[in-house]
Design a protein around this ligand. Sequence first.
Ligand code: S3P
Length: 434
Amino acid sequence: MKFIVNNGGKLNGNIRVPGDKSISHRSIMFGSIAEGTSHITGFLEGEDSLNTLRAFQAMGVDIEGPDNGHVVIHGVGMNGLKKPQQAIDVGNSGTSMRLLAGLFAGQAFDIELIGDVSLSKRPMARVTNPLSEMGAKVETETDGRPPLRISGGQSLHGINYDMPMASAQVKSCCLLAGLYANGKTCVTEPAPTRDHTERMLAAFGWPLNVKGSTVCLQGPAKLTACDIDVPADISSSAFFMVGASIAEGSDILLEHVGINPTRTGVIDILKLMGADIELQNQQEVGGEPVADIRVRSAQLKGIAVPEALVPLAIDEFPAIFVAAACAQGETVITGAEELRVKESDRIQVMADGLQALGIDAQPTSDGMVIQGGSIKSGKVHSRDDHRIAMSFAMAALCAEGEIEIEDCDNVNTSFPDFVALASKSGLNIQLYEE
Ligand code: S3P
């Protein structure tokens, strides 16, 4: 699939983007190992979270749906999962692979986790190292790449783990293994990362202890079913926040978006750049804060992005780079080396694309230096990365001509109805089979 996006236009109206990917994954995982029946609403029916759902079905969990975002999970309890017939294939989903590695380390049976070409290149030693310390047996390919072969029947014990990088996936992997371990599992993070695991475990009846940057849980655990309302994904909303900011005359309302403070870096960064963003109707839903987000166009200016905000906006940088390209002046991003090991090397791929569109974007080892300018017509490659594809689609709103984006199938991993929703809001986007 490729996108061809005509330049110009503006974003207007009220929209609700699909459910939060991180929360959707966790709702299936915890619902499956809980006792009782959990009802999930607002579930993201994208390929990534569906892969997590299919993984648990393959391990014998009775899961109904998804039907319009509604999923019913008949939990089997902590030790009720059954050995799947074959390897669990999580496709493109790093969250599935890293979190499931922790959960599988505590099972009685052997299990293999595999993924697509992109995921097979991503680093897994960051999860297999702490898991081995806990007593798990996990084999990887050379360099710690997938597949992961996890031996069952190991007795796990709690550890104190100091994470070398700010990663919610690594933290969650350790905590999930900790649910099956004897004793206390504590993880200390170098900077705050998304805390959906912590919040949702509390909702499933197994609260954690958080002190400063350390989170601890006691194992072995027991979870009790609960109902989860998944808010709209702030990461999917980010494309529209940037689009509405850069397209003159825009005024859009993004409804029921999760605004967990560990995820709102994109709002803070765009506001520092001069964006006009207003949170309305703030409320707490099932342990997660949500709000409607109103965004009106504004002249953005370049900034030095504070490093403390980087982990809080880690998935939004492709969109933030586009905002920087449309801003007045220079934007400098540092401390974002994790972007190099996402679904693609997001520093290189975004710099290549922005340069192809006539923008002075210089990649650095841990970020980028972007001179705001005028985006020309051109052709860019998303390198099979959903967030790159959607970010360049929004770039057309402030471009001088049409932008063609190759390799967009992966948009289905996180935002299946992106083209429909974006065109309804005013983006001149067309989808073509390549
Ligand atoms: C996620 C954590 C982040 C993020 C990913 C989802 C999660 O990854 O990029 O899209 O759900 O825990 P890292 O832990 O690698 O930063």
